[in-house]
Design a protein around this ligand. Structure first.
Ligand SMILES: [Zn+2]
Length: 225
């Protein structure tokens, strides 16, 4: 094997010109079919949408540089994918079961300033994933949140308490999200696993909701909009 072979092999100037022309057309195809998909833009993709984008992408890639694939074949492949996409999207609109099967369900992960533990225990999600997401939406602690829903596209929708309603809750930033070492009876502590918040008699106390035994000092600052 020669190193030059890897880079050039039997490529001729003619073929390079062909590649440029092929890319030009394939690029136009991609734009055309993405427009046909009816999506207005892409921020986050559900699994189903990701499957479509992957299929379109791989159908578009090879014909750009394989001299034995006529562009019409790529065109047929991409048309088929988009027709399937539109059909399935239509079916999902008509039937909720199909929608849940393909896109998944939105999950309520926080209620009244606490994690919904029913779902943590089932292992449907891990904390860290959306602790990060909540920090990005400048949530300082869980006591600021009335309801948080994990949408099927992976984004997090948050409904905040007003300043007056804000409760004591589990801190999310590293400075405060740590196991307490000293106990003061007047202070509120939050379970680091589920966010349950209460006074403690001692720091090795079991959380009544989830049986975890690590407690962080709670915060009660209101959310800054
Ligand atoms: Zn707990």
């Amino acid at each position: 094997m020669e190193i030059l072979d890897i880079f050039i092999h039997d490529t001729t100037w003619d073929f390079i010109l062909e590649i440029i022309i092929r890319c030009f057309f394939m690029f136009i195809f991609i734009l055309f079919f993405l427009r046909l998909s009816g999506k207005r833009g892409i921020r986050q993709l559900s699994i189903f949408e990701l499957a479509i984008i992957l299929s379109l992408g791989s159908a578009a890639g090879d014909p750009m540089f394989m001299d034995d694939i006529p562009l019409i074949q790529a065109f047929v492949v991409m048309s088929t994918i988009i027709i399937l996409y539109r059909l399935v999207t239509w079916a999902m609109m008509k039937n909720e079961k199909i929608e849940i099967l393909l896109e998944g369900e939105s999950l309520c992960i926080i209620e009244d300033g606490m994690m919904v533990i029913h779902d943590i225990k089932k292992g449907k999600y891990s904390h860290d994933e959306f602790f990060a997401e909540m920090r990005q939406q400048s949530v300082e602690h869980l006591g600021q949140i009335k309801v948080a829903v994990l949408e099927t596209d992976g984004s997090l929708s948050i409904l905040f308490y007003t300043e007056k309603e804000t409760k004591w809750g589990l801190p999310l930033f590293p400075k405060d999200y740590k196991k307490s070492e000293y106990l003061s009876p007047e202070t509120f502590y939050s379970c680091m696993n589920c966010g349950a918040t209460q006074h403690l008699l001692h720091l090795e106390q079991e959380c009544p909701r989830c049986q975890a035994k690590s407690w962080a000092k709670s915060l009660s600052t209101p959310h800054l909009h």
